[in-house]
Design a protein around this ligand. Structure first.
Ligand code: NAD
Length: 254
């Protein structure tokens, strides 16, 4: 039996992360490289994706940076093919790209609602399809959902909450389709609140209220979310599939 430390190494493996221009995606890219992985990342802003790639390469690992919008099936295919051509395999896919709106439903436009569904739900499905076609048994997918998939913070976030809930259903279904037949695990993570560009859009008093509500008494540190992703993607989580790991400082048990 190999040790936990060995099981959480990714030497010789490749990890694809969408939306790695900033925030959780950028931090995960560096963390997986520190664990030995070669990494492929995409985002809509090439300059920002290249900044993340430079940080990954500081660890001594390769990083393939691709400008791609995950709401486009063609961009997803190009990202997966480029990663596969450059790195030779796909072991882990982290569907991290996500956007949110906080608009009352009586005012939200068709375009606003559709844009969130296109990235947060449809893009996850397109990316999963193109990755799975290139994955071998032992690979896995992690979908970054949110506590808002099963809980409400009181803001009007219909599109965001609906898509993050949908990812939990997608995770279950893909796990049933892929785990037994192809040996590919599929899981989700539901983060609570972690300071990133996404939470920067929110009111400081709102975030303080969230921190006070969590039994932990604070919002999360990005490293605390990254650690959960590294564990779940690793061989140490080999018997975990079709489920969701809540990382929220206890926020949603209140
Ligand atoms: P962020 O805004 O810093 O990161 C989101 C990334 O996705 C950005 O780099 C953005 O450019 C990219 N992206 C958006 N649309 C894209 C598209 N169509 N194609 C490619 N890339 C695209 O925010 P974050 O907090 O790091 O969010 C990462 C994920 O975590 C998101 O799915 C978000 O919903 C989820 N999440 C975050 C929190 C939190 O508290 N930060 C909580 C729950 C869930």
């Amino acid at each position: 039996m190999t040790s936990f430390a060995e099981q959480t190494r990714f030497d010789g493996k490749t990890v694809l992360i969408t939306g790695a221009s900033s925030g959780l995606g950028a931090a995960m890219a560096v963390a997986f490289a520190e664990q030995g992985a070669e990494v492929a990342i995409c985002g809509r802003r090439l300059d920002r994706v290249e900044q993340t790639a430079a940080a990954v390469e500081q660890t001594g690992r390769r990083c393939v940076a691709v400008q791609a919008d995950t709401s486009s099936p063609e961009d997803c295919e190009r990202f997966a093919q480029t990663a596969y051509d450059e790195l030779g395999r796909i072991d882990v896919l982290i569907n991290n790209a996500g956007i949110g709106t906080a608009v009352p439903m009586t005012r939200e436009t068709v375009e606003e609602f559709r844009s969130v569904v296109d990235v947060n739900l449809n893009g996850v499905y397109w990316m999963s399809q193109v990755a799975v076609r290139r994955m071998q048994p032992g690979s896995n997918i992690i979908n970054i959902s949110s506590v808002l998939g099963t809980w409400s913070a009181g803001l009007p976030q219909a599109a965001y909450s609906a898509t993050k809930a949908a990812l939990l259903g997608l995770t279950r279904d893909l796990a049933v389709q892929l785990t037994g037949r192809k040996g590919i695990r599929v899981n989700a993570i539901q983060p609570g609140y972690f300071p990133t560009e996404m939470t920067d859009q929110q009111d400081a008093d709102f975030l303080k209220g969230i921190a006070d509500l969590a039994p932990m008494g604070r919002t999360g540190d990005v490293a605390e979310l990254v650690n959960a992703a590294v564990f779940l993607a690793s061989d140490a989580a080999s018997y975990i599939t079709g489920t969701s790991l809540v990382v929220d400082g206890g926020l949603t048990v209140r």
